[in-house]
Ligand binder design. Structure first.
Ligand code: SF4
Length: 429
């Protein structure tokens, strides 16, 4: 077990948390150690021990050699929304928006969609949670429905995940809760894509799900709500998938309840250790993950730790095609740099829109055509392409680029090759 756990004061969307502890303080697993001074979520100690250091970035806890199984409970006073706030729950599917803020809506009989899509390839922790613990997720969905005054609950799961669907069917005892089976494409798990598929409403990029009388919550987030309400448990751990170039084999391994602040190095060692030379460590999924280091730590929004094979060396002039739901320009440039290719042109899919300081897709996963962008990149002097497009748009690029004699890389290639997963190219008909 590692000795020191760094609990980052900024783990997700919102402000940097304000520490409540000082060096030398003794904390229990579950002690409240930092609070947000604005938009954010409470932070609790993930291990019992002593505060070693408090910096602007993190609270470092020197862990006791023997850790208790239990935890210090939250008070659990008030309604469901108060409990969610007190427990420090955030969206665990990626961005980490504070759940007590997201669920502070009155849907007036609308719907809560449990996001069990897990649209990133390789990741399996959400699927496994539904298979192993469907009751917990189901209870969380019911509590979320109460919190937002929803009359209906829908589990959104890919049809291919039949074991998860069977497990959920085994616990659903309520006619107001059903399962929607979704196609296997990226980005099926994007909030607006789910709402479009499940409710038949396409929201504008700047609209929130509440515009469709809906709230979308990841299945792990829902399980944490159930733990907070039923067990008075704060968020002190995260479920994570580890995969890639490991001595134990490349397939996904799911680790439930990894303490926050666990280093990437420690988690990889637990998973078997790195097998020889590697390319990148990706924190997250192949599409939206970022490169990480061994000293980085698990936070409330960690999802995957992927150790990849070395990236393909490429010296030809490269054109980048950016998707709003995959890698952004910065990440594509990083990958091009690691491959060794000079970047001579950058284009965005024409459905990419600037929204509130970030980029969003007008209609996620429905290709608007890519021929014009591919031609522009060719005119910029590109001899090869690096794209971050969704499944549908990658399919379209593959209908155009080879005719122009432009070989195509997808930014997920090195991660997918590592685990022998089919590459994102032509869709199977
Ligand atoms: S349509 Fe374009 S922006 Fe939208 S998901 Fe596909 S590639 Fe990305």
């Amino acid at each position: 077990m590692q000795k020191v756990y760094a609990i980052l004061l900024r783990q997700h969307i919102g402000v940097v948390n304000k520490p409540l502890v000082k060096v030398g303080d003794v904390v229990e697993k579950g002690t409240l150690i930092a609070v947000p001074d604005g938009l954010g979520a409470n932070l609790h100690a993930s291990v019992s021990g002593r505060i070693q250091e408090v910096t602007e970035r993190a609270i470092l806890i020197e862990a006791d050699p023997v850790q208790p199984d239990g935890f210090k409970p939250i008070s659990g006073d008030g309604g469901i929304l108060d409990i969610i706030r007190e427990a420090g729950i955030v969206g665990m599917g990626g961005a980490g928006f504070p759940t007590h803020v997201k669920m502070n809506v009155d849907l007036k009989g609308g719907v809560v969609i449990a996001n069990g899509v897990e649209c990133e390839p390789i990741l399996e922790h959400n699927i496994q949670q539904m298979i192993e613990d469907p009751q917990l997720v189901y209870n969380g969905l019911r509590y979320a429905m109460q919190a937002v005054n929803a009359a209906k609950g829908i589990f959104a799961v890919k049809a291919k995940n039949s074991r998860a669907i069977a497990a959920l069917k085994g616990v659903i005892r309520d006619k107001t809760i059903e399962i929607a089976e979704l196609p296997d494409m990226y980005p099926m798990g994007e909030e607006r894509a789910i709402i479009r598929e499940v409710l038949g409403k396409l929201l504008a990029p700047d609209q929130l799900p509440s515009a469709a009388q809906a709230v979308v919550a990841n299945v792990e987030t829902l399980s944490r709500i159930a733990e907070a309400v039923d067990l008075k448990k704060p968020v002190i751990a995260k479920n994570v998938t580890v995969a890639g170039r490991l001595k134990s084999g490349s397939g996904p391994q799911v680790f439930r309840d990894v303490p926050l602040g666990t280093t990437v190095a420690e988690l990889i060692e637990t998973a078997g250790g790195i097998a020889g030379e590697y390319g990148e460590i990706i924190a997250g999924g192949p599409f939206t993950g970022q490169s990480a280091g061994l000293d980085d730590v698990i936070t409330k929004t960690s999802g995957g730790i992927l150790v990849t094979i070395p990236l393909t060396a490429e010296k030809r002039k490269m054109g980048l095609l950016v998707c709003a739901c995959g890698a952004n320009e910065e990440r594509l440039r990083e990958i091009a740099g690691k491959m060794g290719a000079p970047v001579v042109g950058v284009e965005r899919c024409k459905q990419v829109l600037d929204v509130r300081g970030g980029i969003k897709c007008e209609n996620p996963g429905n290709c608007p055509g890519q021929a014009e962008k591919v031609l522009k990149l060719k005119k910029s002097g590109a001899e090869v392409l690096l794209i971050s497009n969704c499944s549908d748009c990658s399919n379209t690029v593959m209908g155009v680029a080879p005719k122009l004699k432009l070989p195509v890389y997808h930014h997920t290639d090195h991660a997918l090759r590592t685990v022998n997963h089919p590459l994102i190219r032509k869709l199977k008909s």
